[in-house]
Design a binder for this molecule. Sequence first.
Ligand SMILES: N[C@@H](CCC(=O)N[C@@H](CS)C(=O)NCC(=O)O)C(=O)O
Length: 205
Amino acid sequence: MKFYYAPHSCALASHIVLEEAGAAYQAVRVNFGANEQRGSAYLAVNPKGRVPSLVTDRGVLSETPAMLVYIAQIHPQSRLAPFDDPWALAQVQAFNAYLCSTVHVAHAHRMRGYRWADDPAAIEAMKKKVPQSVGECFDLIEREMFKGPFVFGDTYTISDPYLFTIAQWWELDGLDPARFPKLAEHRERMRERPAVKRAIAMELG
Ligand SMILES: N[C@@H](CCC(=O)N[C@@H](CS)C(=O)NCC(=O)O)C(=O)O
């Protein structure tokens, strides 16, 4: 498989899961600084112009929640998702869908406001709202959704690298980690996992 990523992006979640699963893949960096994600070569891979993308023998897959499940399912020995329990799997999907459709989108209002408005004042207003909107999402995760020590209690799942990845953006989004004590402890613990270290080293190296 070929895995397209950019450093500091949501692609880190899939990258960690590829490492956790012991997947055979080649990592390809997309240079956001040079706007490569909007160039014709990358658009031929993923017409959305976003990372991550995973080129498989059956076609190209995008969207983090789908990629996480796919990587986990083709590596059943890694036990990264509860495929034998429909309710537990639905919980994992619900958590990941919240990160993808709500938390990540709230975060994107800081850098990518031009997606939703042209008026510079509106873009500035969206940016200003990020600490509040993203902060409220993480308050909810801390208070209601996160069981500890992992997202779903004692079992590590694909939701953990995804939560970790989005939590990496706290400081840039104007959030103090001390506001989320359980999630901050999870973030620190995740940083010590060998698969997380390998994925980050590959992306930043
Ligand atoms: N829903 C997609 C979102 C992908 C996405 O927005 N990726 C960002 C990086 S975190 C991106 O590629 N941005 C490039 C751009 O907007 O030009 C997913 O969860 O995989």
